[in-house]
Write a protein that binds this ligand. Structure first.
Ligand SMILES: [Mg+2]
Length: 372
């Protein structure tokens, strides 16, 4: 990735009316003309644009019964499908020696998603805690390898949940990156600024969507308002993006919540929607995602040469696919998908659940301790 000043501004990725410049996002460009009012639902909108299908497919239960032409498959058939899927995405635990052989004389860098990867998915996102064992495993890998958490949550929230100072943190899908100034190379970039953390320590911040904060705040308040009568709906402000959780919303109201969010976004062409696990995520239409964040961090750390570096990214979500793609196409290392059901992915390998993630991280630590 070229981070020279000539390429400093992320380019708007989704369609924007032609009377709005696509070369940057000054306030006159990105602010909406008026606050949208709640409108009556036009059911065809969210059905025809695929939102509802995406909501239903983005959150598979742990052992979903898989349907085929003849009806539902029993759990034995489900297991057979899972094991045949594993031929395409082998277990990272069983492939451990292969990974280590490839890492020979290379510097390993670890990237970790948080929800569903380090912590189990739970009904209340505020209670998605890591186990003591998992925290110890993450602390272990961070002792030996540069380690970054890349989450859709706000950076402050994910730091609060992980609580380890030795990591790099990228919140809001990589739109809010903070790392110690001492660990990074000097980079000349419009959205790269020096700052201090809460303890007064010098840090580097990279915030390519900084200009969108007022808009996200406004949309967050609107989304809270338009979903307040839908039981179980929960809206979170992640600073550079906002999330509407529907994991506690009755299935029969999914169409309604999708329609309400859709209607709000119609008035904000500079915002777009992505689907997470039972969450609708609203974010700026800048060309920035977890994959770009991985590239940026590798470059910031002086580790973008794939001849000397092996990156490992572990994640469970659709938004992690951007990072898997970067590692696959750049020959940078291994994407590892966390899933207990078959899913198409750009990852190379898989782990079944957070317990296997913990075992994999512990294996890395043990291997390193034996080969210091
Ligand atoms: Mg996740």
């Amino acid at each position: 990735m070229d981070l020279s000043p000539a390429n400093a501004s992320p380019v708007l990725a989704d369609p924007v009316p032609m009377n709005q410049t696509r070369l940057g996002f000054h306030s006159s460009v990105v602010f909406p003309r008026s606050i949208p009012k709640k409108k009556s639902g036009k059911v065809d909108d969210v059905r025809s644009n695929g939102w509802l299908d995406a909501m239903q497919s983005s959150s598979p239960p742990r052992r979903r019964m898989v349907k085929d032409v003849g009806g539902e498959l029993d759990s034995d058939d489900s297991d057979r499908l899972y094991y045949s899927w594993k031929l395409k995405y082998p277990s990272a635990l069983k492939s451990f020696h292969h990974i280590i052989n490839r890492a020979n004389n290379k510097k390993i860098v670890i990237f970790l998603d948080y929800d569903g990867t380090l912590s189990p998915i739970v009904d209340d996102p505020n209670r998605a805690f890591m186990s003591v064992d998992m925290r110890s495993a993450v602390k272990g890998v961070a002792k030996y390898f540069p380690t970054a958490i890349i989450s859709g949550r706000s950076r402050d929230k994910v730091y609060e949940l992980v609580g380890l100072t030795e990591l790099f943190y990228a919140g809001s899908h990589g739109m809010d990156i903070m790392f110690p100034a001492k660990d990074t190379m000097s980079i000349n970039h419009t959205h790269y600024i020096r700052s201090t953390d809460k303890k007064g320590k010098e840090v580097n911040l990279f915030q390519p969507a900084r200009e969108f904060i007022p808009m996200i705040n406004k949309v967050f308040r609107i989304l809270v308002d338009v979903t307040k009568d839908i039981q179980g709906a929960f809206v979170e402000n992640h600073k550079f993006c906002t999330a509407v959780h529907y994991r506690n919303v009755d299935d029969k109201n999914w169409l309604l919540i999708a329609q309400r969010v859709h209607d709000v976004l119609k008035d904000y062409p500079c915002l777009r929607l992505t689907h997470g696990r039972k969450v609708l995520e609203v974010r700026p239409v800048i060309d920035w995602d977890k994959g770009k964040a991985v590239e940026f961090l590798l470059q910031s750390l002086g580790l973008s040469n794939s001849d000397n570096v092996l990156a490992i990214y572990i994640g469970d979500d659709r938004t992690d696919e951007d990072a898997f793609k970067v590692l696959r196409e750049g020959n940078h290392g291994y994407g590892i998908l966390v899933s207990s059901v078959p899913k198409e992915s750009k990852a190379f390998l898989s782990l079944r659940d957070t317990l296997e993630v913990k075992d994999f991280l512990k294996s890395l630590v043990s291997w390193k301790e034996q080969h210091k």
